[in-house]
Design a protein around this ligand. Sequence first.
Ligand code: SF4
Length: 219
Amino acid sequence: MTFLSVYRALSKQYGPQHWWPGDTPFEVMVGAVLTQNTAWSNVEKAITSLKQAKSLTAKKIAAMPAPTLAELIRSAGYFNVKAKRLQNFCNWFLQQGGESALRQWDDASLRHGLLSVNGVGHETADDMMLYAFERPVFVIDAYTRRLFSRLELVTGEEGYEVLRHSFETELSKKIIPGDEQVTLYNEYHALIVIHAKDVCRKKPRCSECCLRRQCPAAE
Ligand code: SF4
């Protein structure tokens, strides 16, 4: 199997995913910070709380007392840490001139800038790059490592950037750079998440898996 053939099989199985679940790019950015180490359903509750408090803007989040913000996002877990990270991000976001200013940045500068924010790691930055700013960056997460190590396309122990480059290098050979690349990376990450959550779980359900015939780890 190759990264591309896995994409084709998952795409055939699940169809278009149209990620990321968020009404605006800024909501996607907030979700990317809140989703660290928690289920998405908990993030949704936190975002709903922010909306109900009419506080889902960078200015309001940055200006709010940290304990108030922590209470609003309590459902997302690690709420004190995440409140601080969210405020760090919002302060940086505002200092740079907000979303429209950041959209003018080239890919490398934007990624470097996001990674400079205390509390924004590779996966969070790349979630924002891909799903909020529509930049061609392949997101690596624990689901990606689990699925592709079982398929023996990676060891699962590689560093984040090594894996990201592996995916981007193979996939970019097959497609036209630009918007189509963004669409492919967007859909592919969403497909990996759905497959790893529902089928290639910690305890895999191989009998339900569309990849089982090619998978060395199939039970
Ligand atoms: S066959 Fe089993 S281990 Fe392999 S990808 Fe499918 S669910 Fe995962």
